[in-house]
Write a protein that binds this ligand. Structure first.
Ligand code: FES
Ligand SMILES: [Fe+2]
Length: 348
């Protein structure tokens, strides 16, 4: 079950360069992305209208894509422009083209009604290409239902356990009660950990200060496109971070994590973890990104194992605990939005 009328991150811009054809399944639909010579990105259904050969095995010809089975050729709008041996292609040979917009170094794709594909609805992710922040755009694949990945993002209590030696570091994270706000299109979660004895393990070796820490994770998770956007950081304890005063040695981060469903049991994970200090230090950007990725691999191991158990036993009868507030709120909102969308589609 997916929300369809929204923009999903389909690829990083750098994944769609030159003559390459990028095959990627999104919401269970096979798509082929390619960069047009005239600029911009095309996204076509990765299935030829003739005998359903994948067009990702095809050949670029200018801005067109030729199926390399029997040679039908399609333009970037999905129109069949050539059928070998005929002046005009046979009827019903056109294929679906998806609306795409490139923004924030990402290729966004609209999987629903094309008439509603308004670029103004693309989620704001300005930290990705801001000159005041440094990050590395990254991708991972999860063999899990996107909702399990979202559950994980909506409940940071797991940092104390899954990430005890990486992103977490203390049981405080699980023990505090976050503030949860319902927004119009998602959820905001605010977590402060004041007076922690030391920085989290993933910051060891790149610390800008030592001693007790005031740490925060403040993030919003949108229903549309499953976009997680977080302001986080660590400051010397008692220097005013909770009141908005950041000490010069504070370590301030911004992270975007976007979970695009591949199908019911697999997910794409586009992410970046940006810092706004030592901007010219590429080694620092790389080290930070590698360490965060190490944390996400820990998530993936747990979530994929959880997915396997659920696949075998089903997911009814799960116990509900107080950590689950934000996760349940988000799931309820998502189910409602999907149901509304399906009702509208049925009525329309
Ligand atoms: S399957 Fe594509 S032209 Fe025949
Ligand atoms: Fe995690």
């Amino acid at each position: 079950m997916f929300l369809r009328n929204c923009w999903y991150a389909g690829a990083w811009s750098h994944e769609v360069e030159g003559e390459a054809l990028l095959a990627r399944k999104i919401l269970g639909e096979r798509i082929v992305f390619y960069r047009k010579q005239s600029g911009g990105v095309a996204a076509l259904t990765d299935r030829c209208s003739h005998r359903f050969a994948p067009l990702s095995l095809g050949r670029r010809e200018g801005d067109c894509l030729r199926c390399m089975y029997h040679g039908l050729m399609f333009d970037a709008g999905g129109v069949c422009v050539e059928e070998p041996g005929r002046k005009v292609p046979s009827p019903r040979t056109d294929i679906r083209a998806y609306p795409v917009v490139e923004r924030w170094k990402l290729v966004w794709i609209w999987m629903g009604d094309p008439a509603r594909a308004d670029p103004a609805l693309i989620p704001p992710c300005p930290y990705i290409d801001s000159p005041e922040w440094a990050c590395i755009p990254a991708y991972m694949h999860f063999k899990a239902d996107y909702r399990l990945v979202m559950d994980n993002l909506l409940d940071f209590s797991h940092l104390s356990f899954v990430h005890a030696n990486t992103l977490g570091g203390s049981n405080t994270i699980a023990e505090i009660r976050p503030k949860i706000d319902q927004l119009e299109g998602g959820v905001r979660i605010t977590r402060w950990y004041l007076g922690e004895p030391e920085l989290a393990p993933y910051l060891k070796g790149i610390e800008r200060f030592r001693g007790p820490v005031d740490r925060w994770n403040i993030y919003e998770v949108a229903l549309a496109g499953c976009v997680f956007e977080m302001d986080s950081g660590s400051a010397p304890a008692g220097t005013g971070a909770p009141d908005g005063r950041l000490a010069p040695e504070a370590m301030h981060f911004h992270s975007i994590q976007i979970v695009t469903p591949e199908d019911e049991r697999n997910s794409h994970y586009f992410w970046m973890y940006a810092h706004n200090f030592d901007l010219q230090n590429a080694a620092l950007t790389k080290m930070l990104s590698d360490r965060v990725e190490g944390g996400f691999v820990e998530d993936r191991t747990m979530i994929e194992a959880q997915q396997q158990v659920i696949a075998e036993t089903g997911d009814s009868g799960m116990a509900y605990i107080h950590f689950d507030n934000a996760m349940s709120l988000y799931r309820r909102m998502l189910s409602k939005a999907i149901a509304q969308e399906q009702e509208q589609a049925a009525a329309g």
